[in-house]
Design a protein around this ligand. Sequence first.
Ligand code: F6R
Length: 595
Amino acid sequence: MCGIVGYIGFRQGDQVVISSLKRLEYRGYDSWGYAVANGKEIEIKKKVGSISAVEVKEKRAEGVTVSIGHTRWATHGKPSDINAHPHTDCDEEIAVVHNGIITNFSSLKNELISEGHIFRSETDTEVIPHLIERCYKDSKSFEEAVIKAIKFLKGSYAFVALKKDEKKLIACKYKSPLILGVGDGELIFASDVPAILEYTNRVIYLNDGDIVIAEPGKYRIINERGEVVRDIELIHWSIEDAEKSGYEHFMLKEINENPRVIEDTLGEYVTDKIELDPSFAAGISEIVIVACGTSYHAGLIGKYVIEKLAGIPVRVEYASEYNYHQIIPGRSLILGITQSGETADTLEALRAAKRMGLRTCSIVNVVGSTATKISDHVLFTRAGPEISVAATKSFIAQLIVLYIIAIKLSPLTRQEKKELIEELKSLPEKVQRILDKQHDIDEIAKKLSNFENIMYIGRGLGFPTALEGALKMKEISYIHAEGYPAGELKHGPFALLGENTPVVAVINRDETYEIMLNNIKEVKARESLVIAVSDDKDEEVDNFVDFAIKTPETLPILSPILHSVAFQLLAYFTARIRGCEIDKPRNLAKSVTVE
Ligand code: F6R
């Protein structure tokens, strides 16, 4: 995810922002840039690639310096020098660095272009300096112009703006992270704590709606109610702890980002309508999903959802096996799902499909990755960089995109679609409720951590959810875990059940409910410990199982999202109790670039 920095103080600003941006490298980025307001003009430097070897050696004149900096993780527009931040207005008098997504940027951009504004990049961010420029014409000050400009923005933003001839930084926060470090005679804005710790450990966590006007040695915070006072907190973390925002592992941090990820990914495709051009799937007879690992499991859930809502047949193939099948030319859409966009098997399957003249579309998290270049269409997930090897938030984001596809392609009435979208929009809050009760899941993890085999079972949508739960468990805790359709147990795996093999059952209150309870009874009769994941309105299940992880009630078709977040936590806590190296499990790599 992008990292932003803004500095006003007595040190040399370009050196400060570069050094602070290096502290944000862990967030993932593809390009970097910074700007210095020197009183006469704005000096900008920006480039694709790594910032780690960048240094500013030349000395500037002493005095207050005003600078902003950015590491970009591409969302709108490929990684390129031009798309890197900062972005400016037409006359290059105002520069902005931004983290977040301006969801209405394309209509704003068209409006500004029709008024004569000239845009240079493909980014959503560039509308911000142009809006400030437009508002500046009828404002008394830079700050008034910024306040007017943000009224036009929809989506999420944390941005810092400077003007070439002002000793001032103006920062605004709405739904993207932004903090203010308060040093002695210097102020530093950043996306995250590691970027400020070299200068101060006194920090203000800004609230949504806050606008900060920072001037040499002083600042004011205002919001729509007027001037506000925010507490300064003292940070006692090391820089390394701070990179994980105080979480013990990136995986836990990323699981805790799920509510934001759902919101951002929904925000990408849902405004007052679903923003998904249906032409990518026009005239197709079937969808063939190709993917690996966790992305493959997202595809399996997508199959159930697309077939149920849209009535389009869906096949899901391990990308590594796709090439061994006879690929039949026709009206199939090949849908690749890949977080990294670099998984060799998925890329090879997409290329093979293309060679046969089939239409390809990919659901990808990393902008500019190979999958985005070789596919006819690309649908982005907005999970942000995922650092932990185990996929968590990217999986949830993939599911959101698959639900959007299914709803868009379905013959449901407007009202029915609206109801589904409303329920999707309620999920960030429901996921947050699971996160708020993670201690309960830790308690259940304690029961599981002593076993060496675990069976995960489910039916219908519960089956791929079980597969993903088992994969998460085995890859980070090293406990052998299998996912099975509950109906298949009697056909072999029953032989493994007993007091040494606990069973984790996914319970959905849909057509699978009664039969799942019967299957659980059969499992209990073999003396296995049974843990269910079910919704919190389901009290009956408690009579059948040893422990239950309760998730908030939702529509059964959306339950894989909530159940999967619970499973991510279950795997995480089990691995932690077992002392495993969670973020980098043995023998695994984040991006599997060989077949
Ligand atoms: C498991 C995991 C892997 C990936 C798989 C595909 O937690 O992360 O199974 O899902 O290697 O990777 P992408 O989605 O990058 O193609």
